[in-house]
Ligand binder design. Structure first.
Ligand code: COA
Length: 432
């Protein structure tokens, strides 16, 4: 049958589509800016007909109405990366958190988290009937491949990104058209502290490097200091508007990449409409599923891969907490370890963990003698290479435990250095 006939046959309202969800189903929804809000709202409106529908996803950029306390019994949220709109739910025990390396998330759908329903969010079809996953490819593509039921939100505002990021109309069971704007994330506020951190990170970046940048003020601050560099490349989990500026300035041209030369590679995107317009039909950007982009073996095929991520706390042994504050799960594993390990296997690769030296308005040090009770170690001390704060760079890899602790104290906030030195002397039976 012609795909246009299939499309017409399977086109329906959001209400008709979500009427096919059953109590007890596991529904996987897309990550970050890919959230199909029109479908989610229609599903939540059916709450009184449904019991124990599990909603699983990663970064919740949108509101999460299924995670509200009054949804208990109707929906259970299974978070693979906690965010602002789901934190309270997880903390209250109404939902739960599944730790997982980002590149392994698609594999969960073949093993412990089989998918009943995939809600997907795609571009309008091209002349051959293929829709692009646009800003969010990551685990969404595999969820649709294995789901019993695929409900697609087809959105004329979704950019048509290129790469291995398409689904054919014939693979969709229900098609719901909408023209909602794609969720946007504005530029973070960059303070003088983040600028200092960005400057230190930039000291570790050389012309011709390929970069992975996490999300937030620190990665954006790093980009500010790269304007004088040459021939940089991008192989990253996600990127934002800052990368577009450096492409336009001719700093990022991907010309020295040893994998996908000439292309910026990512698995999801989060930024403003400027970014989404830039990636639309742009052969200089390729989007692939996360089990490819974030696979450490694939990452390592990029020579001189530099990863930059952030963390919450690091102890004097070099153990890194990135996703919880004590017992409170604030985010997730994401691609931090994927890229730290990929960078360590990359010829000439380097990994950086960059953070403000303090939190809570300067009241607490992020460099501590002992990590907080119930905190989860995201990155082990064996994986860490460089740690950067506004006070400088500590190189941990290849150094003794004592030297690592000394280097970390040097980049701690001066207000906390004396107490850290005292703990150092107790632990290592030696003067600082
Ligand atoms: N003690 C107490 N509070 C702390 C803290 C600490 N040690 N460290 C951070 N916080 C608080 C901050 O004050 C802030 O609170 P606020 O929201 O009330 O201002 C909050 O926790 C978030 O910290 P902040 O440093 O502003 O977060 P960020 O947006 O820069 O993100 C991570 C930092 C570590 C949470 C984030 O990078 C992450 O989730 N990393 C793990 C996943 C990953 O690396 N993925 C790969 C790249 S996408």
């Amino acid at each position: 049958m012609d795909w246009k006939d299939l499309y017409a046959q399977r086109k329906m309202t959001a209400e008709e589509a979500v009427a096919r969800v059953r109590s007890g189903d596991r529904v996987v929804t897309p990550n970050a800016a890919g959230a199909p809000i029109h479908l989610i709202n229609a599903l939540v409106a059916r709450k009184d007909d449904l019991k124990n529908v599990e909603i699983a996803h990663m970064v919740p950029l949108a509101k999460a109405p299924y995670a509200a306390p009054e949804m208990e019994g109707h929906f259970i949220h299974n978070s693979i990366f906690v965010g602002g709109s789901t934190r309270a739910t997880i903390e209250a025990g109404i939902g739960d958190y599944t730790p997982c390396f980002f590149h392994k998330v698609p594999e969960l759908f073949d093993t412990t988290l089989p998918v009943d329903v995939a809600l997907i969010h795609v571009s309008t079809p091209d002349e051959h009937g293929w829709c692009s996953y646009g800003v969010t490819v990551d685990y969404q593509k595999h969820a649709a491949e294995v789901a019993k039921l695929v409900i697609a939100q087809v959105n004329e505002n979704m950019p048509r990104t290129l790469g291995d990021c398409f689904i054919h109309v014939s693979e969709m069971d229900c098609i719901v058209e909408c023209n909602d704007p794609i969720l946007e994330l504005g530029a973070p506020k960059i303070t003088e502290i983040e600028k200092k951190i960005g400057g230190h990170c930039a000291e570790l970046i050389r012309d011709g490097d390929t970069l992975q940048l996490g999300i937030g003020a620190i990665p954006d601050a790093v980009l500010l200091f790269l304007k004088e560099k040459k021939d940089l490349g991008i192989h990253t989990e996600m990127f934002s508007d800052g990368v577009v500026e450096l492409v336009e300035a001719g700093v990022i041209n991907n010309s020295k990449k040893t994998l996908h030369r000439g292309k910026s590679v990512a698995t999801f995107l989060m930024g403003t409409r400027r970014l989404y317009d830039y990636v639309h039909n742009n052969p200089a950007v390729e989007m692939y599923p996360v089990n490819y982009v974030n696979d450490p073996v694939i990452i390592a095929k990029n020579d001189n891969l530099v990863s930059i991520n952030s963390c919450v706390q690091i102890d004097l042994l070099g153990q890194v907490v990135s996703e919880s504050i004590g017992p409170v799960q604030i985010s997730g594993v994401g691609g931090q370890i994927d890229f730290i390990r990929g960078a360590s296997m990359s010829r000439g690769g380097r990994s950086i963990l960059a953070m403000n030296s303090t939190a809570a308005g300067g009241k607490v040090s992020k460099i501590v003698p002992f990590i907080d009770q119930w905190s989860a170690v995201t990155t082990s001390r064996n994986d860490v290479q460089y740690v950067v704060t506004e006070y400088g760079i500590a190189e941990l890899r290849g150094h003794t435990t004592r030297d690592r602790a000394r280097s970390l104290i040097k980049i701690a906030h001066p207000d906390f250095r004396d107490s850290l030195k005292e703990e150092f002397e107790k632990r290592f039976h030696t003067t600082y």
